[in-house]
Design a protein around this ligand. Structure first.
Ligand code: F6R
Length: 604
């Protein structure tokens, strides 16, 4: 989704903003732009192309010491240059970049038009610089407060005034924004990766804070304009995480980090054969849990489905998996003995945050599984477990999914241990199987040439089916999402048994069907289902961990090493991630930045 970077300081803003925008690319965008002030002149450049073409556009810009940049993911108004940010008021005095949505912009636009303001874009954002101009009384801080008090919705703003080249303003409500503190230079950013090259000292703005930055200092005010202490945090992250390290694409690099991700997660949480979670949940709280709700979006929700399978198996506590965008408006039935689990890589997904707020309001105990430390979900949650995936850059989530699955698996074992709901010896065997997983996963990664060959055979297909029963269905769902989101091939993840109740109508001669078979007790049923689709001409690839799988009933087989069935998603997803990757490369598409998608979905 949209990204913001802003700079004020002794160095040249142009190159720092371009670098920051490059680091924000991974969030997904359809246009970008930046504004600088140089010798009293305002310079604005925008493009519908990639950041590289902005670099060319600003080549003749003079040196500047202040500027704001933006990557836009269209919400209000189509993808065109005039809708790209930054936006100015009609008189080109105030300049704004914006993440979020201004819900009452139509009435504000009408009012501004009546007062003689002219609009050049279809965006909601353009009302903001015009409102600033309307209410400007010589004090920018007061004016920004006035403007943010009348706008409704979510926002993070970077604001410049052409006549005040020594001041950069930032404010936010329900959309992340941080201030970065350097030496003789300060920054703003929607995401710390944009400024990590220059500083790891950040101050996280809270809702309705207004920050004023100059080259030497940062001042932060609350919504009553009372000064606040600037609390500085040092980010423990490495800029090299955002390099490809010799891989052609971030997605390929990140898939190859699946193994180390699982290892890191286990090493971090399993000490001397015991799972250590630092949670504000007493043994009694755990004993009283009557039902668990796992709430998330997209791939994180698929990790949640895997969580349902293992938690129910090991604890017999009923688990439901809820899509956050539905759950928040569903008037959910929650009782005091429920446990809510939120899963989010970014920790910034708007719908998941809204559900977390709802659950908190009802006083329900909750645990969040988050990859990005200091993200909104991290800060709002009473209990947080961190996935150890490191920074994930490719829009399609791979290693973060693996980390979420591993962590929720550990959480299930942890609950079962506390509840004594599962044979103790069996439980410690299961934990030992988890420890063996990275080696097995590595073997799968080394089978890549097989996945690459298979990918060639489906690269020009119109539809691909991903099929499975039980846990295999959850793997199929995630495999299908991976393929469609980056290769734009239509795919369906379907419960194998459900196929004949409708979707089988789409099976034609040669339709590719990828069948997951990792669950021994469902093998016979899976075989019958394979026969049904073979009879309709499907070209079947089976991905299986089962030695007894009858290879002659399908067209192709990928045999994976046997692992404990509860953990099969951790290795069986790897071929599907790599198949999606190779198909996309074969089609010449942008693997890391698929169209229309964003890494961090900060609007609902
Ligand atoms: C797909 C993908 C998305 C995210 C979803 C939730 O590859 O990455 O489906 O999983 O947008 O994002 P987070 O985990 O950041 O809440």
């Amino acid at each position: 989704m949209c990204g913001i970077v802003g700079y004020i300081g002794e160095n040249d803003a142009n190159s720092i903003l371009i670098n920051g925008l490059r680091k924000l690319e991974y969030r997904g965008y359809d246009s970008c732009g930046l504004a600088t002030i140089s010798n009293g002149e305002l310079q604005i450049s925008k493009t519908l192309n990639r950041i590289e073409s902005l670099t060319a556009a600003i080549q003749n810009n003079g040196v500047s010491h202040i500027g704001i940049g933006h990557t836009r993911w269209a919400t209000h108004g189509g993808v065109c240059e005039r809708n790209a940010h930054p936006h100015t008021d009609s008189y080109k005095k105030f300049i704004v970049v914006h993440n979020g949505i201004i819900e009452n912009y139509l009435s504000l636009k009408k009012m501004l038009k009546e007062k003689g303001y002219t609009f050049y874009s279809d965006t909601d954002t353009e009302v903001v610089p015009n409102l600033i101009d309307l209410y400007y009384n010589g004090n920018l801080l007061e004016t920004v407060k006035k403007v943010t008090s009348i706008i409704e919705g979510s926002f993070a703003f970077g604001i410049l005034c052409k006549d005040r080249p020594n001041e950069l303003i930032a404010t936010k409500r329900n959309s992340p924004l941080i201030v970065g503190i350097g030496n003789n230079e300060n920054f703003i950013a929607s995401d710390f990766s944009a400024i990590l090259k220059y500083t790891n000292k950040i101050c996280i703005l809270e809702n309705d804070d207004i920050a004023i930055l100059n080259e030497k200092e940062v001042k932060v005010y609350d919504k009553n304009l009372d000064p606040k202490q600037v609390t500085i945090k040092e980010i423990d992250a490495d800029d090299s995480d955002s390099e490809k390290n010799g891989y052609d694409h971030f997605m390929l690099k990140e898939i190859n980090e699946n193994t180390i991700t699982v290892k890191k997660t286990i090493d971090y949480y399993v000490i001397d054969g015991k799972i250590n979670f630092d949670l504000n949940l007493t043994d009694n709280d755990i004993k009283n849990i009557k039902q668990i709700k796992i709430i998330a979006c997209g791939t994180a929700m698929h990790a949640g489905l895997n969580g349902k399978n293992i938690i129910e198996k090991l604890t017999r506590i009923p688990v439901s998996v809820e899509v956050a965008s539905e759950f928040r408006y569903s008037d959910p039935i929650l009782t005091e003995n429920d446990l809510a689990i939120f899963i989010s890589q970014s920790g910034e997904t708007a719908d998941t945050i809204a559900c977390l707020e709802l659950v908190k309001k009802k006083g329900i105990k909750h645990v969040s599984i988050v990859n990005v430390k200091d993200s909104t979900i991290d800060r709002l949650s009473e209990n947080v477990l961190y996935t150890k995936a490191g920074t994930e850059i490719a829009v399609a989530s791979t290693k973060a999914y693996i980390a979420q699955v591993m962590l929720i698996d550990l959480f299930a074992i942890y609950l079962a241990d506390k509840l004594e709901s599962y044979n103790k010896e069996e439980l410690s065997k299961i934990l030992n199987y988890a420890i063996e997983l990275p080696n097995k996963m590595q073997e799968v990664l080394e089978m890549d040439s097989m996945f690459c060959d298979y990918a060639k055979s489906i690269s020009n297909c119109r539809d691909v089916f991903f099929l499975g029963r039980g846990l295999d269905y959850y793997i199929a769902l995630e495999g299908s999402l991976k393929l469609k989101e980056i290769s734009y091939i239509h795919s369906e993840g379907t419960q194998f048994g459900e196929l004949k109740h409708g979707p089988i109508a789409l099976m034609e001669e040669g339709t590719p069907a990828i069948v997951m078979a990792t669950q021994e007790k469902l093998l016979d049923k899976t075989i019958s289902n394979i026969k049904e689709i073979k009879a309709r001409g499907a070209r079947v690839l089976a991905v299986t961990t089962l030695k007894e799988f009858p290879v002659d009933i399908v067209d192709e087989v990928i045999h994976l090493p046997k692992v404990c069935e509860l953990f099969s998603p951790l290795e069986a997803i790897i071929p599907l991630q790599l198949i999606a990757y190779h198909v996309t490369v074969n089609k010449g598409l942008d693997v890391d930045k698929p169209r229309n998608l964003a890494k961090s979905v900060t609007v609902e």
